[in-house]
Every structure is written in C-alpha cells, then in structure tokens.
Design a protein around this ligand. Structure first.
Ligand SMILES: [Zn+2]
Length: 179
C-alpha cells in the first residue's frame, strides 16, 4: 500500500514542478516521489516526455536518499506527495478560485496551500488545504492566513499613506464597492 516510486531513465529523474508540470532533473534529491498509481498516471500523461522512463521503488524515510540528513524527511515527502484525487478535492472546494485573491486558476496551474503551515503544526488533511494561485502561495509562504492578511493590510496601509500612492486609496475604495 505504502510503496513509493520515482521515475527514472539512466541518470535522469522525473520531477513535478509546483505547478504540476512534468520536468526532468539529474539530481536525485529533486526527483518527485509518487504512489504507485500516481507514477502510472504520470507515465501515461507524459508518455512522450518520459519515454523509456521506468518506475523505481524507493525505500523511505531514508535521509540518505534525500541527500541531506538535516532535512525533516517526513515533511519533505508530505510536501511533495499529493494524489490526483486530493488535488481534485482541494480544487473543488473553491470551484477553481484562488482562496486568497479570488482569481480563477486553471487546474494544471493551481498550487495547494496549507491554511495552517506544516511548519506550524498544520496537517495534510483536506480541511487544512486550499487552492491558491502560484503568486498568492508564493507570497503567503509559511504564514498562517491571519499572519498573511495582517501583513498585507500593514503593507497597504503603509504604502497608501505615501503621497505618490494616493491613487491606491481610491482603488481600495472602488474595490470595496465592487465586493
Ligand atoms: Zn491568488
């Protein structure tokens, strides 16, 4: 049940980017770890790009495999592995809208955000996951939602006080009216 695989051909490994695109890497520590089903799906989905790639079962947790004993291996694996089903469920929660800015984001481009970050004790349960666009996710990083919003408000308040940013106040008022 818990077997994990990487996809490999010679000294190349398959790697899913944070926008879920399939790329190749020569660094073993960058190889994405898949469940058996995910590995099969990826091989099918990217059959041209991954021609000749085979599934190689990996033992884990193994600090050696990830090349850095100081890393929290469990956390690295948790960050990397989301099943397609889980991605679907997270996407459906907001019907494809970014939970932070409200913008619609394509399925192949959305990123999964931890509402309470893993580093702060959050889990990989569906309740703690939300669909975000890559920019919002990159800005939020390891902030909780409250910390992130507090920071955004501080930035807006500070910046809109500046003379040269007068138009921002108008923009904000306008946006509020639209909501
Ligand atoms: Zn967004």
């Amino acid at each position: 049940m818990n077997e994990k695989y990487i996809l490999s051909k010679d000294d190349k490994y398959a790697c899913l980017t944070f926008t879920n695109r399939v790329t190749k890497t020569e660094l073993l520590e960058e190889a994405t770890v898949f469940s058996e089903q995910e590995a099969r799906n990826i091989l099918r989905r990217a059959n041209r790009k991954l021609e000749g790639f085979i599934m190689v079962q990996v033992e884990f947790p193994s600090a050696e495999f990830y090349g850095n004993e100081n890393e929290d291996v469990e956390m690295m694996v948790e960050r990397k592995v989301f099943s397609m089903e889980m991605r679907n469920n997270v996407y459906e929660k907001t019907k494809g809208r970014c939970a932070l800015c409200g913008k619609f984001v394509r399925f192949d481009l959305f990123t999964i955000d931890h509402i309470i970050p893993l580093a702060k004790g959050g889990t990989n349960d569906i309740e703690n996951l939300q669909c975000t666009c890559k920019h919002c996710n990159a800005m939020k990083q390891d902030f909780s939602e409250k910390e992130f919003l507090d920071k955004m408000i501080k930035i807006l308040a500070y910046q809109s006080k500046k003379k040269e940013n007068k138009t921002y106040r108008k923009k904000i008022k306008k946006l509020y009216k639209l909501l």
